[in-house]
Design a protein around this ligand. Structure first.
Ligand SMILES: Cc1cc2nc3c(=O)[nH]c(=O)nc-3n(C[C@H](O)[C@H](O)[C@H](O)COP(=O)(O)OP(=O)(O)OC[C@H]3O[C@@H](n4cnc5c(N)ncnc54)[C@H](O)[C@@H]3O)c2cc1C
Length: 308
């Protein structure tokens, strides 16, 4: 990870910046590129527009590391309302949650109870669990396994930059899990994570092959490739074609506002394509990670400063 990226990811974890930066109008304006809006209505409207293009939505309410039970209850209630809104409109949409938003730092049992409430309310839809910093990976996978054994309707994200993911994925495959594969958005030490982009990309490809391989398909794994990397997507598609993997066994996911043409192309080619739509007022850490993924985005922020 180069130094600008590391600086932006470190900024995402600063409480001081989180309090102050969102007050600047030009930053709010720049963030609108990745956020349809701060309220649930904006997320639902975005899901409706995406559905018209044959794209499913995964909705997330921004927030992480809640500090007390009141905040974890509020986050859970927000998601319960969101699930009701999705159900009322019959939208092709699922939700994705961060366990630290449901109270993981406070009490694991409380966090699991909140997660279980969401899975029950989601009925037949999958409830996705984001993967956060490496310190949370064990707890996230343990709570995922428990939810999956009980409900069989939970999905979890795994990060290609971590060395451990190959092992974690093997055990997720054996339980027929739903897995979203990403490169990884946080700043992790070399002792546990690949540092070079080329190494992360190569590991992503290896893990994608595992997720789509014969044993995973026999176990009923749902495999979602969550990347905007068109070269990597092409490589996976070419490999899948050679292996005789059919379109309904492979799914793609991207973030709202990024690689829109590629989203439409995959959907029109007949691949299930999901777009992750985020909403809420607590967008600062999330937005900093989006800037870190492509430091050129910082120039977009600066342009907004001068365009009033
Ligand atoms: C649906 C979804 C869910 C995710 N969930 C998680 C999660 O739970 N935990 C986690 O750690 N990470 C998560 N991520 C983020 C992920 O780890 C990466 O940080 C992010 O997707 C960027 O990596 P990339 O695979 O797109 O490849 P990159 O090599 O970073 O990007 C490939 C190309 O995509 C474009 N691009 C990528 N990011 C941006 C951007 N921010 N702005 C503009 N263009 C961009 C650029 O053209 C770039 O060259 C998620 C990503 C997606 C798509």
């Amino acid at each position: 990870m180069n130094s600008i990226r590391r600086m932006l990811v470190d900024a995402s974890e600063s409480a001081w910046l989180r309090e102050r930066v969102p007050r600047y109008r030009f930053i709010r304006k720049a963030s609108a590129r990745f956020l349809p809006g701060e309220d649930v209505g904006a997320a639902i409207a975005a899901a409706r527009r995406l559905a018209a293009d044959g794209i499913s939505t995964v909705v997330t309410h921004l927030g992480e590391n809640v500090r007390d039970r009141r905040e974890s209850d509020a986050a859970t209630n927000e998601y319960l309302g969101l699930l009701d809104d999705i159900g009322v409109e019959g939208l092709p949409a699922e939700i994705s949650v961060k366990l630290t938003q449901l109270g993981l730092d406070l009490d694991r049992e409380l966090c699991y109870t909140n997660l279980a409430k969401l899975i029950e309310r989601a009925r037949s839809a999958t409830v996705w669990i984001d993967m956060e910093q490496s310190a949370y990976v064990d707890a996230t996978l343990q709570l995922y396994e428990r939810a999956q054994k009980t409900y069989r309707r939970a999905g979890v994200c795994v990060q290609a930059y971590l060395y451990r993911t190959e092992r974690d994925l093997a055990s997720l495959i054996s339980m027929g899990a739903s897995v979203r594969l990403v490169k990884g958005a946080y700043s992790e030490p070399r002792a546990i994570a690949y540092a070079k982009k080329s190494e992360v990309d190569e590991n992503f490809f290896r893990l994608a092959q595992m997720l789509l391989g014969g044993p995973a398909r026999s176990a009923g794994v749902r495999a979602v490739m969550a990347t905007h990397d068109r070269r990597l997507i092409r490589r996976i598609l070419d490999w899948a074609a050679r292996e005789g993997i059919t379109k309904n066994q492979l799914e793609f996911a991207m973030l709202y506002g990024i690689q829109r043409a590629e989203q439409l192309r995959l959907a029109h080619e007949g691949y299930r394509t999901d777009v992750l739509v985020s909403y809420g007022t607590l967008w600062f850490p999330w937005y900093m990670r989006r800037l870190a993924e492509r430091p050129a985005n910082v120039f977009f922020v600066i342009r907004n400063l001068f365009s009033g």
